[in-house]
Design a protein around this ligand. Sequence first.
Ligand code: AGP
Length: 614
Amino acid sequence: MCGIVGYVGQKSVASVLLVGLEKLEYRGYDSAGIALVNSNELTVTKAKGRIAHLERALRLKNINGTIGIGHTRWATHGEPSQTNAHPHVNTDGTIAVVHNGIIENYLSLMEELIGKGYVFASETDTEVIPHLVDMYLKEVSSVQEAFRKSIARLEGKYAIAMVTEKEPEKIFFVRNGSPLILAEATDVNGEQELFLASDAPAFIPLAKKVYYLKNGEWGYLNHGLHLFNDKDVRIEPDLQDLKIDVGQVLLGEFEHYMLKEIHEQPDIVQKILTERITEDNKIRFDELELKPEFLAGVGRFIIQASGTSLNAGRIAKLYFENFANVTTDADYSSEFRYRNPVAGGDTVVIGISQSGETADTLAGIYEARSKFLKVLSFVNNVNSTIARESDGIIDLFAGPEIGVASTKAYIAEVLNLLLFSIYLAEIRFMMDESEKIEILNQLKKLPDQMRKVLTHTAKIHELAEKLKEKTSVLFLGRTYNFATALEGALKLKEISYIHAEGYAAGEFKHGPIALISEDVPVIVVAPKGEMRTKMISNLQEVKARKGQVIAVVSENDSELAGLADKVLEIPETPEFISSLLTILPLQLLSYHTALKRGCDVDKPRNLAKSVTVE
Ligand code: AGP
């Protein structure tokens, strides 16, 4: 989704904005642009494609400024092009606006403006904003009033920043549904610097104190943060310490964020276990606002999420049923929000979201609240919209995830959901202390087990060499590893662009078996456990039809090693924990296959890190 940055300060504004936009590249984009104001003159530079193209265009212009805004665009209305790139300006080019989200009533506004003689240059919804401000400036005395009147006309979800020659010292902003963060810092000369951005990594390492705007809040940056609530009452921002350190956002010795984040997973698991399990083996969720007494009485959980987060939710469904003995559904947010879930007052809706901004998951939460259902959300950003709209939140503790393909957030989601299901089992007297301690002891082995799996890169490279030419791959798994099959397929398809499908292995004979040929590799996830023998039958069905089988197996499983063409091993662990290990070789396999196909691993085509539009 689009990224917004803004800066007021003594540094070279163009370079601060470009660096900020680069830090937001992971959000996904297809064009970029910046607007600079220098001695009352506004200049706008835009380019299709990567930020490097914008950088070249700026160098050719050799311009700079003391204040500016920037934007990376992920096309919603209008194709990716220089014309449709932000910032968008009014007719005389004295007002420039960047925007994230969707103006749902832009057509009627456009009609009104065209009727008043305004001419539109782009195909975007955004362009109505500078023309609205221009129109109101003919009626009111200040830019502030004109801006306020303009945003009052907008319907939909948006984050907006605006600069204008008419008040060249100010950046105007508003947040309504799409995240926008303010920050301030002091430069080496003791001068104040002011920032705004869609996400905190854009400020790193310049800013230390941040303020996450709430819906309806607006204002301007100019010698301080001038902030108003949705009733236009001046408010003081409650600045918080920025909890993200540079190391978490910078690549370090890794070539890509995805690889860095894959290798961070053992440490993330260690951190979660440390945060969540006390010395005396109590499981704790300090940030959880929902009381144990309430949770003990919940009759049904409905998990709703998207993409990778729903794959984690599918595993959680089994955890909740098997450990806490509570009815649990798991559904796509985009389906749940249109369902009639026939939910009683004892139902809790669970949202799972790394970004905390996924539009469909947020819509599912609003739907739940419209039915007066309590909402508990597992999020990686506790300042996100989903976090704010939930009755209770559980922090994933995964740290910022920059790679578009989710890896460490997935592991953090599965582990936090597993710990939460054990917590639920305890408060519902469904699990005794010895069983809980046995599980926790198994979990404490995970970080080292994961590190061991992540060293098997030679075999991964060999398999990636074979996969890179394929046009279709099938992934099969059962129960806890059905989600692994789905997640492994999602990873491969979204970064290597190879068609890949995850299937419940029990469904294999109900259709997918027709796909089997020498050209369609089948990846079967078959660790030791209840499902292993059934997975062997699936494997043999593939071999009988000359299919190639790659099996993810427990170490020293000689029988499976003899049956499969290739095996990827994981340390032995209970089947319900194996999902936290079986996904690792599949993450690496998708990463290396994508690399061998020359794909942009961190910024796959057409994808965004957070799908904040429906
Ligand atoms: C996963 O690799 C994808 N990037 C995508 O499916 C993602 O999981 C989905 O969009 C949900 O995002 P969220 O967790 O931020 O809500």
